[in-house]
Design a protein. Structure first.
Length: 128
């Protein structure tokens, strides 16, 4: 069974680049353009990991994470939150409370993010 990842970002280039990276590694990839679309996909069929942007229309990444963490069955879902903005102190508190696996600042390395997701899912990298 292939690991399943949901990539949610309103920037098509990011979704395309990450989607290719994960598909080429054998992941089943689903994508969403905003938090509301991601939420509907998660409710229908939860992924093994989520990569989501913080700032998006219709529901931002933090609101999406709050909804996810409100469901006991999704409390352990690895979440990787992308951001292109600076953070205030209260933002860090929210990230800790929501147990975000990793905050990734844009621009970022898809290779490093891929490795972080593999680690969170307990997948040994090829050649390890």
């Amino acid at each position: 069974m292939h690991p399943r990842i949901l990539i949610c970002d309103d920037e098509p280039d990011i979704v395309l680049a990450l989607g290719m990276k994960f598909r080429n590694a054998g992941f089943e990839v689903r994508t969403a353009r905003h938090g509301q679309e991601a939420w509907e996909l998660i409710l229908a069929d939860p992924p093994d990991a989520l990569i989501t942007d913080w700032t998006m229309p219709r529901m931002d990444g933090l609101a999406l994470c709050r909804r996810i963490r409100s469901i006991p069955a999704l409390e352990q879902l690895p979440i990787f939150l992308l951001t292109g903005r600076g953070l205030e102190i209260e933002s860090y508190a929210a990230l800790e409370e929501l147990e975000i696996s990793r905050l990734i600042h844009k621009p970022f390395s898809p290779r490093d993010l891929f490795h972080d997701v593999q680690t969170a899912l307990g997948i040994m990298p090829a050649g390890a």
